[in-house]
Write a protein that binds this ligand. Structure first.
Ligand code: CDP
Length: 209
């Protein structure tokens, strides 16, 4: 694979979005939040009244829908940035993300996106190191204690975060798991900048070796 990708996976609140975004800025690379894509599809399903449990209908919706994550998350040209983190979406997104047809459509777009970036892309999600970019330049698995992850998630609360952890890790289609060759970074009690520095150090060693 010739595209340059730093792949970052980890559970909710482990720091993926903040760390990946800051890392992309520091490197001058593009950034892709794949969770925002699953959330955007969920928002559109709820708006259209499509049953999120209907595997075929959801697969069809995911195939047709136009999803953009930057500069703001939008679906079919409609800005949904503020809608993607509501409680209703938190509850439904794990069901949508467990649908293999939906995943197939999202993964295809994620690969296309990274393939079109001139320098490189920092991509974060749940299956980026294991399924989407198994040959990434660098693979990172972020973790943090459940207490701290729930604190970072604020309103969502520990019970919902824990429930998504279980759903995301036990589903059949591309469950969240640590790739055998991913470098693990525990962000409990660590600043974003500190985590970024550590990953930059790893990248330096990777590209030199
Ligand atoms: O920010 P947080 O980690 O809470 O969630 P997110 O990254 O916005 O992802 C929301 C949901 O999308 C997760 O709970 C997963 O169910 C799903 N997801 C996934 O299955 N695969 C990805 N590559 C990214 C997210």
């Amino acid at each position: 694979m010739s595209v340059r990708v730093i792949a970052i996976d980890g559970p909710a609140g482990s720091g993926k979005s903040s760390v990946a975004r800051a890392l992309a800025t520091a490197l001058g690379w593009s950034f892709l939040d794949t969770g925002a894509m699953y959330r955007a599809v969920t928002v559109e399903a709820l708006r259209q009244g499509v049953d999120v449990h209907d595997v075929t209908a959801m697969g069809e919706l995911a195939r047709e829908v136009d999803v953009t994550t930057l500069p703001r998350v939008s679906v079919n040209g409609r800005d949904v940035e503020d809608e993607i983190r509501t409680e209703t979406v938190n509850d439904a997104v794990s069901i949508v993300a467990a649908n293999a047809l939906v995943r197939h459509q999202m993964v295809r777009r994620q690969r296309e996106f990274a393939g079109a970036q001139p320098l490189g892309t920092v991509v974060e999600g749940r299956d980026i190191t294991t399924v989407v970019f198994p040959n990434a330049t660098l693979k990172v698995f972020l973790t943090a204690s459940l207490e701290e992850r729930a604190r970072r998630r604020g309103e969502e609360g520990e019970a919902s975060v824990a429930r998504r952890d279980v759903a995301d890790s036990t589903r059949e289609a591309s469950p969240l798991r640590q790739a055998h060759d991913a470098l693990v970074l525990d962000t409990t009690g660590r600043e974003v900048g500190d985590a970024v520095e550590e990953i930059m150090e790893w990248l330096k060693h990777k590209t030199l070796s």
